[in-house]
Design a protein around this ligand. Structure first.
Ligand SMILES: [Zn+2]
Length: 195
């Protein structure tokens, strides 16, 4: 096997890392209890996560994993636990009434041990999605969570080469297929006042 046929395996030899990325979106409410200003208040976001996966080898069809399987595994978990409910800090003194209501209404809130910042939520999604995709022989190597169109946090698996290897070399990727999120933010209209 030539080094260039390895998929997703960091090595000392020059290799090409092929990854695939699935975007998943949901609506949820949160608040940051000790935030210095308005993020202390309950408010909602259209969250978007980009899960980047790698595998030891491509399957017979030439895939790391079918994009639909990522949606079945991780998207279903998000729908069940995070969509149309709240992601809140355990022990949040303001959350009790809201939690009771959502429990009664069939959408229990999801509790995190820390403040539900984008960083903590992406860390939780990385943990969960790693477990959910393990049986498919897929390794989640990066997760980016967009809290607003302008603000995101990224989790990257330990032991990976530097970040640019997560993307294909730009020469190999038609620029038209680059996600708009990777464009410099200066070229995007200011669409959210959160940032
Ligand atoms: Zn927020």
């Amino acid at each position: 096997m030539s080094a260039s046929s390895l998929v997703g395996l960091p090595s000392n030899e020059p290799t090409t890392m092929i990854t695939c990325t699935r975007r998943l979106e949901w609506d949820a409410l949160h608040r940051i209890p000790k935030h210095e200003s308005r993020c202390r208040a309950f408010h909602g976001h259209r969250y978007a996560a980009e899960l980047t996966c790698a595998a030891e080898r491509l399957d017979d069809l030439g895939r790391i994993i079918d994009f639909g399987v990522i949606k079945e595994r991780v998207g279903a978990w998000i729908d069940a636990h995070w969509d149309h409910t709240a992601i809140l800090m355990r022990g949040d003194p303001e959350a009790e009434a809201l939690a009771d209501a959502n429990e009664r209404l069939g959408k229990p809130v999801y509790w995190l041990d820390g403040h539900p910042t984008a960083e903590h939520i992406v860390e939780e999604l990385a943990r969960v999605s790693t477990e959910l995709l393990k049986a498919d022989g897929v390794r989640v190597i990066a997760v980016r969570l967009w809290e607003t169109p302008n603000c995101s946090a990224e989790w990257v698996a330990d032991g990976l080469p530097s970040l640019p290897s997560i993307s294909l070399p730009s020469a190999a990727l038609p620029s038209a297929s680059l996600p708009s999120a990777s464009l410099p933010s200066a070229s995007l209209p200011p669409s959210n006042s959160d940032s």
